[in-house]
Ligand binder design. Structure first.
Ligand SMILES: Nc1ncnc2c1ncn2[C@@H]1O[C@H](COP(=O)(O)OP(=O)(O)OP(=O)(O)O)[C@@H](O)[C@H]1O
Ligand SMILES: [Mg+2]
Length: 243
């Protein structure tokens, strides 16, 4: 059965989609079969970030409506890494039950399903939170983002109190923390009361623009270590994040 990971933030633009792709890639490189489900209805981005072009023809609403089979709608990027695009809008027949059915179908084919949620928290998020085993918060270390992340995770836990929760702090920059322009990581953890799964540095190479260069080794290492922690390994955090 696939582990379903809902990637959530509250505030927009904090790096959910980027983190989703980089983590999914890290799991695929560990030999897992991973599906990235773009849940940002009307504002899909995973096809661009994953550099998938014209092959992205169908979306998950097509599968729920019965227009195409799941394996027809998923696009293979590399060995073990697959994408399921978001629709442009949701028609009446596409509801929480449909999403649950869809993910049940995907259960047998994948080890991990990353669900890249849009910003905010509404009905779609509720439906996705209900079927997810892990809610993965992505937050940048600033007060506005952290408060919205705390609100989002509280709402997710209200609909699914049994979900595991973890947090990734993205765009960390030590010099900004020392200058008082980013929150200390301990404070972010206290404010969200959520266990840390990873710290991703601010790094230009993480901008996965089509045709761009590969991710820098320091950032890649951060994604790899985060994926391994999410996979159950115990990996210490570098002291420099906290001192
Ligand atoms: N660690 C990082 N270092 C540098 N740039 C980053 C990092 N993480 C994300 N970005 C950049 O931040 C921007 C927003 O990222 P992304 O689209 O992944 O955010 P999002 O939370 O999915 O946004 P939305 O809420 O609109 O879906 C992108 O330009 C991305 O390349
Ligand atoms: Mg996004």
């Amino acid at each position: 059965m696939a582990k379903k990971i809902l990637v959530l933030s509250g505030k927009g633009g904090v790096g959910k989609s980027t983190v989703t792709v980089c983590l999914a890639q890290a799991f695929a490189e560990m030999g897992k079969r991973v599906l990235c489900m773009d849940a940002d209805v009307g504002f899909r981005s995973l096809d661009l970030i994953m550099r998938i072009g014209a092959e992205a023809v169908y979306n998950w609403a097509d599968v729920i409506s019965g227009n195409v089979a799941l394996d027809e709608a998923t696009v293979k990027k590399t060995e073990g890494l697959y994408l399921l695009c978001a629709p442009n809008s949701l028609s009446d027949g596409v509801n929480g039950e449909g999403i649950e059915e869809l993910l049940k179908k995907a259960d047998e084919s994948f080890d991990y399903i990353f669900i890249d949620a849009p910003a905010g928290f509404g009905e779609l998020h509720e439906a996705l939170a209900k079927v997810s085993g892990l809610v993965l918060l992505v937050a940048t270390p600033d007060a506005v983002c952290v408060r919205s992340a705390d609100t989002a995770i509280s709402k997710a836990l209200r609909v699914n109190p049994k979900a595991e929760t973890r947090m990734i702090i993205n765009r960390f920059k030590k010099s900004e923390v020392l200058a008082g322009r980013q929150l200390k990581l301990d404070d972010v953890i206290d404010m969200t009361r959520t266990q840390l799964a990873g710290v991703i540095p601010e790094n230009d190479s993480v901008r996965l623009i089509p045709g761009g260069a590969p991710i820098a080794p320091t950032a890649q290492k951060a994604f790899d270590r985060t994926a391994r922690r999410l996979g159950g390994e115990y990996i210490l955090f570098s002291k420099r994040y906290f001192s």
